[in-house]
Ligand binder design. Structure first.
Ligand SMILES: [Ca+2]
Length: 478
């Protein structure tokens, strides 16, 4: 076997791009031919999950290889302490030229701005879709004319051109397709004449689900017609008709924004090919978490349900990964850092909690590979979505969720704690998660097993169970 050349890294991450809006994942709502090129040229990972389905915490987990209770980035209001170790720092130390362009969303100022990057140009906070301002080191502000996805791509092409002869690690972090879903002019009307199919659970009445889930404000009727949908609600619609109309508006905007992302990926792949870098570059496509595309009647993310929990993860690296492969091995965003470091020949420090999935990329799932993952969302009753704080465990067949419903000491939390509620889903019998079987006696043993697994995972990762949720009084299985 010939020795591998030292690979570059092109890490493309979007914001809120659900796997079920990528044709490689079988999307029913759009085609993404350029994203599919990464899948065709490498591996599609079918069980990649985030450990906290919201922007800032997921980004921190990716960069630090640790869970949010360890890195301290539990909510949107807890910026990253940039003195913490991140894997780009190790790449930099190993001789890579490192750069990040686009969305950062981990805080600004000397203690929070990007560290471990030789070059950075990032959006302030969420940034703007059109004519954005961007920030650089030493407080430099760059005013940009144009569409944000195109500008970030332009800068990435430029970065690649300037580093053709040295190993580089480039983080292309798109703002798209985050709310408020503003397409480029060329995509503004592309779905106007298309009827987007509604998902199977669009009319889910949330029967049997937790009270805090039923009280969330993530329904089509919670979208703002002007800022989210860029339209005035037509007169004379019944509520059902208005919900259907809102879904079409929402999805046309979301998918129009995704179209520019797909073009960006095509441009970057073409550019790597033109520069003869495709063989020597690890290309990753992912998103910080998934998104509800009308599933259960919702938009947004935050929850542990599949559409939100699942991250798209496509990885191409011809020297290691078989073209056109797929894996259902369970990996999480905490595993990204050690994996990329191993592929790139830099050691991961001992404190990293994730596990390298290089063996899986090579086509061999180790016998002791994890079959469960731990999740925790901290922002109880965030102002806009009224989403509850919760944690849980997902195995290959089931999911147990505890809505412990306490803001703890989170910044900006408001509202009293609600009673603890639990949900249990059988992902084999009920993959759409519409039947909460937490009180179904036929699942008593499964429930006890999952509660034990949740406790085991919390202990393993060093998180603390909520005081009101540690002993639900469930009997252990015989
Ligand atoms: Ca996000």
């Amino acid at each position: 076997m010939t020795e591998r050349r030292r690979p570059n890294l092109l890490f493309i991450m979007t914001d809120d791009h659900a796997a079920h809006a990528i044709s490689a994942y079988g999307s029913r709502v759009n085609r993404t031919p350029n994203l599919d090129r990464i899948s065709d040229g490498g591996m599609r990972m079918d069980a990649a999950f985030c450990t906290n389905a919201i922007c800032t915490p997921s980004r921190a987990a990716i960069l630090t290889g640790t869970y949010n209770h360890v890195n301290g980035v539990t909510t949107l209001d807890t910026p990253l302490d940039n003195s913490l170790w991140t894997f780009p720092q190790s790449l930099q130390g190993a001789g890579y030229v490192t750069g990040i362009i686009g969305k950062w969303h981990l805080g600004h100022g000397p203690g929070h701005e990007p560290a471990g990057f030789d070059e950075w140009r990032v959006l302030p906070g969420q940034g703007h879709y059109h004519n954005p301002v961007m920030l650089e080191a030493e407080g430099r502000i760059v005013e940009r004319g144009g569409y944000v996805t195109d500008l970030i791509t332009d800068d990435c092409v430029d970065f690649i051109d300037r580093h053709v002869d040295v190993p580089f690690a480039l983080f292309c972090h798109h703002k798209a397709p985050h709310r408020t879903w503003e397409p480029a002019a060329r995509h503004f009307t592309m779905y106007d004449d298309v009827e987007i199919p509604e998902p199977d659970t669009f009319l889910d009445d949330l029967d049997g689900r937790s009270e805090v889930i039923r009280a969330m404000r993530m329904h089509m009727m919670d979208l703002d017609p002007v800022t989210d949908l860029n339209a005035v609600v037509p007169d004379g619609l019944t509520e059902d008709e208005e919900v259907a109309w809102r879904y079409q508006r929402y999805m046309r905007r979301y998918l129009g924004v995704v179209a520019a992302v797909d073009e960006s990926v095509g441009r970057l792949l073409d550019h790597l090919a033109e520069r003869d870098l495709l063989e020597d570059t690890i290309v990753v496509y992912t998103s910080d978490q998934g998104f509800f595309l009308g599933d259960h009647g919702w938009f947004d993310k935050r929850l542990m349900y599949e559409e939100s929990l699942r991250m798209p993860l496509l990885i191409q690296y011809p020297q290691v990964i078989a073209a056109g492969s797929a894996s259902d091995a369970m990996v999480t965003n905490v595993d990204f850092a050690p994996t990329l470091l191993e592929l790139m020949g830099a050691p991961a420090p001992d404190h990293v909690q994730g596990r390298s999935f290089v063996p899986i990329l090579e086509g061999e799932e180790p016998a002791d590979w994890p079959t469960s993952m731990y999740y925790r969302y901290w922002m109880h009753h965030d102002g806009a979505h009224n989403c509850p704080a919760h944690y849980g465990v997902r195995t290959r067949t089931h999911k147990l969720i505890c809505y412990y419903n306490d803001p703890l000491d989170q910044v900006g939390a408001h509202g009293p704690a609600d009673p603890v509620e639990w949900e249990l889903y059988d992902l084999v019998a009920d993959p759409l998660e519409v039947a909460n079987v937490i009180d179904d006696p036929t699942y008593a043993d499964v429930r006890a097993d999952l509660a034990a697994e949740l406790a085991r995972l919390q202990e393993a990762v060093g998180d603390t169970p909520h005081a009101m949720a540690v002993d639900p009084g469930w009997s252990a299985p015989d």
